[in-house]
Design a protein around this ligand. Structure first.
Ligand code: ZN
Length: 422
């Protein structure tokens, strides 16, 4: 009879500096899929749960979808809300019947009020529910912050190999391959974790660019029949917790000495080139100057990484919008701001109406004050967005109600809020 392997996915990245707090509503807005829904709803999507289920079936396991809960990166998760999430996981594991293995797709940088390592806590909880004989394989985002606890509670820990992330499905499939080694080939696996006292800027973490590309290539060159996986976790830098730092995991088949040597080779290589990770950052005005000068008909992009919602920030900093409006250039530009009160104020107006909106710093007023923008309302809606690019392809993301306004110098402003009713 085919061995039964469950797949549960609970994913959010925490930014501990965010003024927001995460609740179950942040997951519910994006849809929590329970049991078979985690299979049917994820079909064709480039996400971990879909990859794991597909590859488990390719290995002739009975793949059991347990749950999938995903939320946009955000603030610290409330303890009371984590208890609800763990209760959902418990219910799904109980309902699944006997499991021979479990794949957990977690972010790796989830933090709740009383625990710096929520992903470890979830894995320890699953271990408690399943007992010590059922193997658990964990997947993480490359920005995860793996801890000694999660390595101890699991049989194998691996992460994305790409940033920008385009291998969510592949990572899920690699986890199923490890499960096959454990359950079909009866191998005993372990994970060696090495942490460095190093945090590098997100701006220089691209895996198809140097300097990280050469480290990824070095890691790939060390993989063989004994060293099954080497993952690099540069860790997202907006997290202030214990054991934070660049992580290296080596999944091995028992040769701890060799695994340690592999991790050491990578650790040394990282320190040798660590200065190459320095990022050149610009003020808002300088960034706009650079973009205007480099324009020449080609689209320029300015990333305000200090306030990126995909990095868990509040996204309510309106300084770039204000600078672009005041710049007076006739080059068309588009910008986003999270501002629920502005959306509320303009949403009931008619398309084409002139609106006057104080914009920005409605969630976190520590970093600035609102700028008033006079603009024309040109679009509004509340439909979710479907991601069509290579990252998380097919994923539906709710941004709540949104409006688009246009100013006189062709600036198009897309205004959205991440939290709220859908
Ligand atoms: Zn990431």
């Amino acid at each position: 009879m085919a061995k039964r392997v469950g797949v549960a996915s609970i994913i959010q990245e925490t930014n501990t500096f965010s003024a927001n707090r995460t609740t179950m509503q942040d997951f519910e807005i994006q849809g929590i899929w329970l049991g078979a829904e985690a299979d049917t709803n994820s079909q064709g999507m480039n996400i971990e749960v879909a990859g794991s289920l597909e590859q488990l079936r390719a290995h002739d396991f009975e793949a059991i979808p347990l749950m999938r809960a995903w939320a946009m990166s955000g603030g610290i998760l409330l303890d009371s809300e984590l208890a609800k999430m763990k209760s959902l996981l418990k219910d799904q594991i109980s309902a699944a019947g006997k499991l021979n293995g479990l794949i957990l797709n977690l972010h790796g940088a989830l933090v709740n009020e009383s625990d710096d390592h929520t992903d470890a806590q979830i894995t320890e909880y699953a271990r408690e529910l399943l007992g010590s004989d059922v193997p658990i394989v964990v997947t993480h985002d490359l920005h995860g912050n793996p801890s000694r606890r999660i390595v101890a509670a699991s049989d194998g820990l691996i992460g994305f190999r790409t940033y920008p992330h385009i291998d969510q499905g592949d990572t899920g499939r690699r986890a199923a391959d490890l499960m096959n080694e454990l359950l079909t080939n009866n191998r005993t696996l372990g994970t060696m974790l090495k942490k460095l006292n190093m945090i590098i800027p997100a701006e220089t973490m691209g895996t198809s660019d140097q300097p990280l590309l050469q480290i990824r290539e070095l890691a790939d060159s060390l993989i063989d029949d004994e060293i099954l996986d080497i993952s690099l976790f540069p860790v997202q830098p907006w997290i202030d917790v214990g054991e934070v730092g660049f992580g290296i995991t080596v999944v091995h088949a028992g040769n701890i000495k060799r695994a340690n040597e592999c991790a050491e080779v990578i650790r040394k290589a990282l320190w040798d080139i660590h200065k190459m990770f320095e990022a050149q950052l610009y003020s808002v005005e300088d960034a706009i100057d650079h973009a205007i000068k480099g324009y020449q008909g080609k689209m320029q992009m300015i990333a305000q990484s200090s306030d990126a919602p995909t990095g868990g920030s509040t996204g309510d900093d309106s300084r770039v919008v204000a600078a672009l409006v005041n710049y007076g250039s006739d080059i068309p530009s588009a910008c986003t701001v999270v501002d629920a009160p502005a959306v509320d104020k303009a949403f009931e107006r008619t398309i084409g109406d002139e609106v006057s909106l104080p914009l920005g710093f409605t969630i976190d007023p520590r970093w600035g004050s609102p700028s008033t923008v006079h603009a024309k309302l040109i679009n509004k809606g509340q439909a979710p967005v479907v991601l069509t690019g290579p990252a998380m392809t097919g994923q539906i993301v709710s941004i709540g109600r949104w409006i688009v306004v246009e100013t006189s110098n062709n600036l198009i402003l897309l205004d959205m809020r991440l939290q709220g009713s859908i």
